[in-house]
Design a protein around this ligand. Sequence first.
Ligand SMILES: Nc1ncnc2c1ncn2[C@@H]1O[C@H](COP(=O)(O)OP(=O)(O)O)[C@@H](O)[C@H]1O
Ligand SMILES: [Mg+2]
Length: 257
Amino acid sequence: MSAALRIENVSVSFGGVSALDEVSADFPQGKIIGIIGPNGAGKTTLLNVICQMSPPDKGEVFLGERRLTGMKPNQVAALGLRRTFQASQLFAGMTVLENMMTGLHLMSTTGLFGAVFRTRRMRDEEAEMRRRAMEALDYVGFAHFAHRPGNALSFGQQRIVEIARTLIYEPKVVLLDEPAVGLSVNRVAELDALLRRIRDERGVTLVMIEHVIRLVMEVSDHIVVLSSGRKIAEGDPSAVRNDPTVVEAYLGHQAHA
Ligand SMILES: Nc1ncnc2c1ncn2[C@@H]1O[C@H](COP(=O)(O)OP(=O)(O)O)[C@@H](O)[C@H]1O
Ligand SMILES: [Mg+2]
């Protein structure tokens, strides 16, 4: 079976600094993949390259058979690759449901012309987006929050809304940038359960960068370890945990810090 997402020999440098150096990886459909590594390892850069927010200097990214390299981020989203942003917050002046719908017009078929000349078709489309957004909120157990202002939700609840937002257009792959940041232990357990449901019930491939190692080890089917822009190890959680190269990368980094 071909991979849901494939990265081939991706390199990125900023000025003279190599952020990613010839990184390749395959992510199978319907799995949870954790990307870990010390600060500055290249994790965020890799996420940005995958969703084409930052073009690679070298290498290719494929979603199934489709080559993503060179596409615009909204084209990539429309093909079924969605992402969350690290510690992003909902807009305070909009309801939770309105927050869910922001950005969706980028993916609609009427486009800018339709947005300016508000047509019947556009109103129908908006009703459909609203229905789908509501369905996604319901899926994460947040239907009752739909008409509350965005800032009425706790930081942890806003993280869950962000994840719900990625589910609106039946994604194939969802990238999560530190979904557990700032969450209490109980909230991390809820997040763990939600990620498993999304994988098992929707067959979504989840690619997660995370500092909360306990969550990554607990929930990931496969882990990729980056250090100084290189892939230094990969495997299932127990293999990675016991890999001396990985232990050394983390300890060496702590010694530096
Ligand atoms: N926009 C940028 N400009 C310059 N250097 C950057 C930029 N983004 C990342 N880097 C550098 O690239 C390396 C990898 O960064 P990053 O991908 O943010 O690592 P991580 O997310 O693993 O902490 C670091 O050395 C970082 O300083
Ligand atoms: Mg980062």
